[in-house]
Structures are given as C-alpha cells and as structure tokens.
Design a protein around this ligand. Structure first.
Ligand SMILES: C[S@@+](CC[C@H](N)C(=O)[O-])C[C@H]1O[C@@H](n2cnc3c(N)ncnc32)[C@H](O)[C@@H]1O
Length: 258
C-alpha cells in the first residue's frame, strides 16, 4: 500500500515491553460503558499489548483482538499466559492487519483505541473502514477515536518521569513530535532510557519512530460517507463531553448506513 510512509511502519517493534508503563487508561470506563450497552464479542482493532482487551475480558466480555506488530503480539501473549482460564477463554488474539482482515463473523461493538491514524494513507483508511463495515453487525456500533486535525503543534517535546522496572532499574520516556500540515502526518520520535535505579547510569537507550495520519473533521466525515457508515454521536473526551472546537479528541459513535 504505497511506500510514502515506510519510515513510520515499524513504530512499535522496539519498545513494546515498555508500552503499558506509559499508556493512559482514561478510555477504559468509556469502552466498558459501550460494551455494557452493546455486548459481546467486542472487536478490538490494533489491540497492541491488550491494554483494553484485558479490561473488557476481566469484566466478562468476549474479545477478538487484531494486531500486527510481532513485538506487541509477544507482550500480549506473555500477558495471556499469566491469566486464569476465565480470562484467556474470553480472548481470541489474531495476528492480522486491521486494513485487511476477515474473521468470518459480525460484532455488536468494534473499537480502535488510539490507533486509526496508523492507517497512514487515505486508501489504507478506506480499506480499514471497509473491513469495519464488513464485520459490524447491522445494529452494532463502531467507536472511532481520533485526534482531530488542526490541534497538533508543528513541534512539541516531552519528558516523562522514570518508572521502576525489574532488577532495580528505571525506564523513562521522552519524545519529540512534529506535525507536517501538508502531508497531514504526525511523526513521533520516542526515546526510552533504561537506567540503574541506584546510580542513575544509563544502561540502554531505545529510539523508536512512529507516525500517525492527522485526520481533519470534514475528511473523517467524508471517509465515513464513502464507507457507508454514519456518525450518530460524537464526544470531545472520554467523559462523554460533547465534541466542540475546543476538544482535544474527537470520538465518534458510528453505525452502518441504512
Ligand atoms: C498506540 S498503539 C495502541 C494499542 C492499543 N489499541 C491501546 O490503546 O493500548 C497502536 C497499535 O496499532 C498497531 N497497528 C498499527 N498498524 C496496524 C495494522 N495495520 N494492523 C494492526 N495493528 C496495527 C501497532 O502495532 C500498535 O500496537
């Protein structure tokens, strides 16, 4: 699917084992509330390490998880191996591409937490939405969580405090984000620094580059139209505040068009 974005494609291979340490879980109650309303099984696209899948399974929902990074899948499988059968029986993990998969069944709820932008080109986004359409039950909903275009600064950097890991070591994460308003791409360069927790000596540094498409409001609306999908409700955050021009997030609740 085109080479233009090749440099961003291996974005999760190098530091998958540290992903959960820095991930925000503010979206979990939001997804649980829709699972309560729409039921199982939930299709979790670009499920990563299973951050959301495991929470859904713990609350009794069956989950099909789709992920295609071997490193993220390895972390997911490691976590699965630690769980009791009551959890593992509810999770079906698929090594598959969210832009081209076929699970042979329909779902009342499909989610794609923080990941739609990894379908970098428009044709990839349409392919992904076609797969969503094919897998969505007629009365089901798809939740599309977007970082709305127009909100990204051209340059931003951040540094997060260190987190303790095993063997008396710490890991900290810093990052540089650059958005290219013409290509509509946000490039994210992350550095994970592993230190001896006592002396502060740097033991390892891992650099990881990923990218996400910046999707503007009208563009998202057009993508849905072209995919025979329609938005029935939209939120500006995970507390279900209505979407407005001040929102940092655009979270769409989507149905199949009649
Ligand atoms: C920001 S992480 C989000 C992981 C998880 N959804 C969460 O919220 O914790 C993005 C994930 O998308 C996955 N991903 C990117 N492109 C993908 C594709 N074409 N098919 C399946 N997964 C993909 C990455 O490997 C990574 O695990």
């Amino acid at each position: 699917m085109g080479n233009e974005f090749e440099e961003f494609r291996k974005g999760y291979e190098k530091a998958a084992k540290y992903y959960n340490l820095f991930a925000s879980n503010e979206d979990i109650p939001f997804y649980l509330s829709f699972a309560n309303e729409f039921g199982s099984p939930v299709l979790d696209l670009a499920a990563g390490t299973g951050r959301v899948s495991f929470e859904l399974a713990r609350k009794g929902f069956d989950v099909f998880a789709v992920e295609n990074s071997s490193a993220m899948l390895a972390v997911f499988r490691e976590e699965l191996a630690k769980q009791e059968s009551s959890i593992t029986n509810r999770i079906s993990l698929h090594d598959a591409d969210m832009r081209n998969f076929s699970l042979g069944r329909k779902f009342p709820l499909i989610i794609i937490p923080t990941s739609f932008g990894h379908a970098l080109a428009t044709e990839e986004q349409l392919a992904l939405l076609r797969c969503v359409h094919d897998h969505l039950a007629d009365s089901g909903i798809f939740i599309l969580d977007l970082f709305p275009g127009g909100r990204q600064p051209e340059y931003a950097s951040f540094e997060e405090p260190p987190v303790d890991i095993d063997g008396g070591r710490t890991v900290s994460r810093s990052g540089i984000m650059k958005s290219d308003p013409l290509k509509q791409i946000l490039s994210i360069n992350l550095t994970f620094t592993i230190r001896d927790g006592h002396t502060g000596t740097v033991l390892e540094e891992i650099n990881q580059k990923s990218g996400a498409a910046v999707v503007f409001k009208r563009e998202a609306d057009l993508l849905l139209m072209l995919s025979n999908l329609e938005c029935v409700e939209e939120f500006g955050d995970f507390s279900k505040t209505p979407y407005s021009s001040d929102s940092g997030r655009r979270i769409l609740v989507i149905r199949k068009k009649e």
